[in-house]
Design a protein around this ligand. Structure first.
Ligand code: PEP
Ligand code: MN
Length: 337
């Protein structure tokens, strides 16, 4: 419920109403604006109706939040949220480019891949220390040792780092090492993990689930915001369709749809979205053209020797070419690179 107060309403009347909302067991929200104070109340619709706030002398209007995702919706929060990862802002006028290898393999591999990412113009470094793998026999990452390598290389190159966390038991450890926590596609529906990562206070990169509808994805983001964390970046990474020519089908419809309905930044991962190195650059350009706030790309110093996702990882020179091609597209849509 969105509760707009009358222009004459005092801070005391706002406080009184907020108390009525919380006393009823609902979650109160306070959104003072330049002209009007707006309050929010989240929770059981029947309790909201019983409160009859529209009869209160300080209330001008009460309207329901129609979207099932409330905190994520633009209905409640009209302005774009800017998420800060290290010193990098996501969601403003600048595009963000996150790059790095799929996984942390060795200190030398991580350093060389990170240098390639930075040389091309990426400002945030990515790599997984915990890798969700379809097969239990695949390389599943170096865990804590991988986190240390990633942190060290990020510090050496002055780049904030984002890495995946797969388990509630590892949230604290990953949060100690990373500037942002990634929730991978396979864990988008892991509600205990969403809550734990929400409570960590770290910025979050929330990937879309393999078969998740946009609404389910935004409700997963709602879990993070409902746990007290509004520093959430959504990441479209392709979905399963009947098409098998590419690893996934990159759903670029989702970008303008999400930008219109939510205030959260949204980026695109064309590496997992296509699974094919040659398709990464064209889809990265398309992502920026349709309004994405940035891209996340896998770059490996030597993709042929990568322990995971080599076929979709760019060679350093290809990443430089991508970044050069991106500049005029960014300019055309009024974004800085
Ligand atoms: C990744 O970014 O390395 C990854 C595993 O991605 P996703 O969860 O989108 O498959
Ligand atoms: Mn990968």
């Amino acid at each position: 419920m969105i509760i707009v107060l009358k222009p004459k309403a005092t801070p005391e009347s706002a406080e009184r109403l907020l108390k009525r909302i919380s006393d009823a067991g609902l979650q109160p929200l306070h959104m003072p604006g330049s002209e009007r104070v707006v309050l929010g109340a989240l929770g059981d619709e029947r309790v909201l109706a019983e409160l009859a706030l529209d009869g209160d002398p300080d209330v001008e209007s009460v309207k329901p939040i129609l979207a099932p995702y409330k905190l994520v919706s633009r209905e409640l929060h009209a302005h774009d949220t800017i998420v800060r990862i290290g010193g990098v802002a996501i969601g403003g006028s600048s595009l963000v480019v996150i790059a790095g290898p799929c996984a942390v393999e060795t200190p030398a591999q991580m350093r060389a891949s990170a240098m390639a990412a930075r040389k091309g113009g990426a400002t945030i470094l990515r790599a997984g220390a915990y890798k969700p793998r379809t097969s239990p026999y695949g390389f599943s990452g170096h865990g804590p040792a991988g986190l240390s390598i990633l942190r060290e290389v990020g510090d050496e190159l002055g780049m904030p780092v984002v890495t995946e966390v797969m388990d509630t038991a590892e949230v604290d450890l990953v949060a100690e090492h990373a500037d942002a926590l990634q929730i991978g596609a396979r864990n988008m529906h892991n509600f205990a993990l969403l809550r734990a990562v929400g409570r960590s206070g770290k910025p979050v990169l929330l990937k879309r689930g393999l078969s998740a509808r946009i609404e389910e994805w935004l409700l997963a983001a709602e879990y993070l915001l409902a746990s007290g964390n509004d520093q959430v970046v959504l990441c479209e990474r392709g979905i399963r369709t009947f098409e098998t020519a590419t690893r996934n089908t990159l759903d670029l419809n989702a970008i303008p749809y999400i930008k219109q309905r939510t205030h959260l930044p949204v980026i695109v991962d064309p590496s997992h979205g296509t699974g094919i190195r040659e398709l990464v650059t064209p889809m990265a350009l398309a992502a920026v053209a349709c309004g994405a706030d940035g891209i996340m790309v896998e770059v490996h110093e030597n993709p042929a020797a990568a322990l995971s996702d080599g076929a979709q990882s760019l060679y350093p020179a290809q990443f430089e070419t991508l970044m050069k091609a991106l500049a005029p597209v960014a300019q055309a849509v009024g974004r800085k690179l």
